[in-house]
Design a protein around this ligand. Structure first.
Ligand SMILES: Nc1ncnc2c1ncn2[C@@H]1O[C@H](COP(=O)(O)OP(=O)(O)OP(=O)(O)O)[C@@H](O)[C@H]1O
Ligand code: SF4
Ligand SMILES: [Mg+2]
Length: 329
């Protein structure tokens, strides 16, 4: 599998009108291969969307490196920037805001084809739009081409968004909680469509979710990265992360999810509960390991002082926790 993107020590700070800049992302190392899915999972506000926007080229990074097909993204200009921007697309969380309400489905999909593939012939355009609507499961296409978004359900709008994105022929799609505003019954069907598109087009996904069961379902056989307050705390092959989690935070997420979904029945480990429910703010990040004020296993004098590096605990499995110091493989 050829490597598509590589993030090394990537960080993001936002300047503040008053006071110091606030750092949201720190030391993010991540690779995604062509045709691969990487899921990033973490609770609300931990920095997932910020990272997704950087990967999609919609936001800048302020530290480290982001290489797309071997080229540093911050250095891209002109045609190479345009090529990068069309190669990486983002599906928004809210299907009610992401489509232009004044355009018919036909034009929503035909416009990027006109721009990107320089096709003007109406018959060819119609054929291309039809193919894309079929790809995303909006059939019979005659029922959809001349509709405005307001006539469509959330799930159908999300499918139109995906068709529009596919018109750009992307290599990587950032899927940011794209099913969270869709009825549960339709969620799996939409995710199934995305998986089929991956098989047909060898597209890569950066799949963002706060829902462990959903991440586990979509990234089965692939990779997951668990994020806490802007840092990756554990990354592993999806099945291993669910059956043999290492980080106390991952164990707490799994413990909370067990029972809510039969997808997670494999977790037989200890049940973990974090102390307190308050998540520290980015303005006042705890010293050392950011989880230490909530961690039932914290080692006083170490966890509150030293930031744990990511220790390698198996093939493709790394964990940022002092409990695993000395176990680097
Ligand atoms: N432009 C900005 N300036 C300052 N802080 C920002 C800015 N954009 C985002 N943040 C902060 O960055 C943090 C992470 O936000 P982000 O939207 O990336 O989280 P998230 O993990 O996607 O959350 P959710 O699951 O709720 O979507 C939040 O504390 C947010 O307030
Ligand atoms: S480094 Fe310490 S505080 Fe952080 S998760 Fe590990 S044991 Fe808990
Ligand atoms: Mg978000």
């Amino acid at each position: 599998m050829s490597e598509l993107i590589r993030l090394t020590g990537l960080g993001k700070s936002f300047p503040q009108k008053f006071g110091n800049a606030v750092t949201i992302l720190q030391d993010i190392d991540l690779t995604i291969g062509q045709g691969e899915t990487v899921c990033v999972l973490g609770e609300s506000g931990c920095g997932k969307t910020t990272l997704g926007k950087i990967i999609a080229g919609l936001s800048s990074y302020t530290a480290g490196s982001y290489q797309f097909e071997g080229q540093e993204v911050s250095q891209l200009k002109g045609e190479s920037w345009k090529k990068f921007r069309s190669s990486v697309q983002l599906i928004h969380q809210n299907p009610y805001e992401s489509l232009n309400p004044a355009l018919m489905v036909f034009d929503i999909i035909a416009n990027p084809i006109r721009r990107h593939q320089k096709i003007k012939n109406m018959d060819v355009l119609y054929q291309k739009v039809t193919e894309l609507l079929e790809t995303v499961g909006l059939t019979p296409v005659e029922d959809f081409v001349d509709k405005y978004p307001s006539f469509l359900s959330g799930g159908q709008r999300q499918r139109v968004s995906i068709a529009r994105i596919l018109a750009m022929d992307p290599k990587l799609i950032v899927v940011d909680e794209a099913t969270s505003m869709i009825d549960t019954s339709l969620r799996i069907s939409l995710l199934g469509t995305l998986k089929r598109i991956q098989e047909e087009r060898n597209v890569s996904y950066f799949f963002i979710t706060h829902d462990l069961a959903l991440g586990r379902y979509f990234a089965r056989g692939q990779r997951v990265s668990i994020m806490y307050l802007g840092r990756a705390v554990e990354e592993a092959p999806t099945d291993e992360l669910v059956s043999a989690p290492k980080h106390p935070y991952t164990k707490a997420i799994l413990s909370a999810a067990v029972g809510s979904s039969d997808i997670l029945e494999r977790y037989q480990g200890e049940r973990y509960t974090l102390q307190g429910t308050d998540i520290p703010s980015f303005q006042h990040l705890p010293t050392g390991c950011a989880l230490h004020p909530r961690c039932p296993q914290k080692i006083a004098g170490l966890c509150d002082c030293e930031l744990p590096p990511l220790y390698s605990v198996g093939e493709g499995h790394r964990v940022a926790c002092h409990l695993y110091r000395g176990s680097d493989v």
